[in-house]
Ligand binder design. Structure first.
Ligand SMILES: [Zn+2]
Length: 389
């Protein structure tokens, strides 16, 4: 089979064509139709394939083999070799891809001119695209410089031309990168700005690309990865950014420009409030422990610890025995329930509760100091002496 003739090579706005079916290859996903010529772009060079229709059948994938034969994967429809078919490429997807791809040529040359950074790879994604460039120390200023230059070329609406040249002719052109193919080479020129060997679909003039916006950048494998959007995607990105910024501003009943400051202030205030809540909770816990103690039929009581962060070991004793309340702050980890269980064992009684608050008691009043001493020595970092009321 001969290589498929590519109708998109000269004109990316050529979207409707008729062709002759050369071969039909069945595959597990459906029939793959080979035509003598096509306007469909096959996946390659970092750019996804076109979609569209062949006759009544939907073209869902387009790819090529090493012999440069292009295959159109169709959903349903039956094709016979020799048959004439009409093809229509989806306009929206083609426009989107040529905006991103042409924008990439501009941005890559802009990075060469503003910071001497060569582009090493390109990926056209479904939402955003990326290029990896040889830049060691990216900054906001460098990004803005390249973005300004690229958009300046867009605003000038310069012609973009396709040159089909041989290797000798290509060698005379100021190509930004070497051609990956031998023999006939396709070069995309952006007038007086960039010459790149490329097989992709491109705009006819730079104005068709629309706005070029760098969305983000990051260090990646000793290079810098630039994420960008062009044309329709830049408009969508602007709308999303605008809606988000205004939604935040509305929450603060403020102007959009003031909202970052207001959000920062609210976060700071929130931190302060959290600290205050923690302090108040500790206070409330101590009060709860003191209440339990006060309710006990005490003739005498021991109050052991009240330090920061707080642990409280409270005890009362009377003729019937000793009663204990152990409590601690939420920020600590000692298990008051376990400590209390051991102390109650010493007192010959029992008790229980939660890790942060437990109560109990026992009849062996004479071992109360011993029980409290053992408990306090087990509290990590405890340095106070038991206080006896
Ligand atoms: Zn290209």
């Amino acid at each position: 089979m001969k290589p498929t003739e590519r109708k998109y090579f000269q004109d990316s706005n050529f979207l409707e064509f008729s062709a002759t079916v050369v071969e039909v290859k069945p595959s597990e996903h459906g029939d793959c139709v080979v035509l003598d010529q096509t306007a469909f772009y096959p996946t390659g060079g970092g750019q996804p394939n076109d979609t569209g229709s062949l006759g009544e059948a939907r073209v869902v994938d387009v790819f090529e083999d090493e012999a440069n034969i292009i295959y159109h994967l169709v959903q349903a429809g039956s094709f016979e070799p020799g048959q004439t078919v009409s093809g229509v490429v989806d306009r929206g997807r083609r426009l989107d891809h040529l905006q991103q791809h042409s924008g990439q040529h501009l941005l890559s040359q802009a990075f060469v001119q503003t910071c001497g950074a060569e582009t090493r790879s390109f990926h056209l994604g479904s939402q955003t695209s990326t290029i990896d460039i040889e830049l060691q120390s990216p900054t906001d200023e460098l990004m803005r410089g390249a973005e300004d230059l690229a958009n300046g070329i867009v605003f000038e609406d310069r012609p973009m031309r396709v040159h089909l040249v041989n290797e000798e002719e290509a060698a005379l052109l100021p190509l930004r990168k070497e051609s990956a193919v031998r023999g006939n080479i396709r070069v995309i020129e952006i007038e007086n700005f960039d010459w790149s060997p490329c097989g992709g679909t491109h705009a006819a003039r730079t104005g068709q690309i629309g706005l070029i916006a760098i969305r983000s950048y990051e260090r990646f494998r000793k290079m810098t990865r630039i994420e960008f959007v062009c044309g329709g995607r830049a408009l969508a990105e602007y709308r999303l950014a605008k809606d988000t910024a205004f939604a935040v501003a509305r929450l603060f009943s403020s102007e959009r420009e003031k909202s970052p400051e207001l959000v920062a202030a609210a976060l700071q205030e929130n931190k302060g409030l959290k600290r205050r809540i923690r302090d108040l909770l500790e206070l409330a816990m101590s009060a709860e422990a003191a209440e339990v103690l006060a309710a006990a039929p005490a003739s005498q009581s021991f109050k052991i610890v009240q330090r920061e962060p707080s642990v409280a070991l409270l005890a009362t004793k009377d003729a019937g025995g000793a009663r204990l309340v152990f409590a601690r702050s939420d920020s600590l980890t000692q298990n008051m329930n376990e400590l209390l269980a051991e102390a109650c064992q010493t007192l010959g009684g029992r008790g229980g509760g939660k890790p942060e608050l437990a109560q109990g008691g026992g009849p062996n009043v004479e071992r109360l100091e011993e029980a409290l001493g053992a408990a306090s020595s087990k509290i990590k970092g405890f340095s106070g002496e038991p206080l006896v009321n």
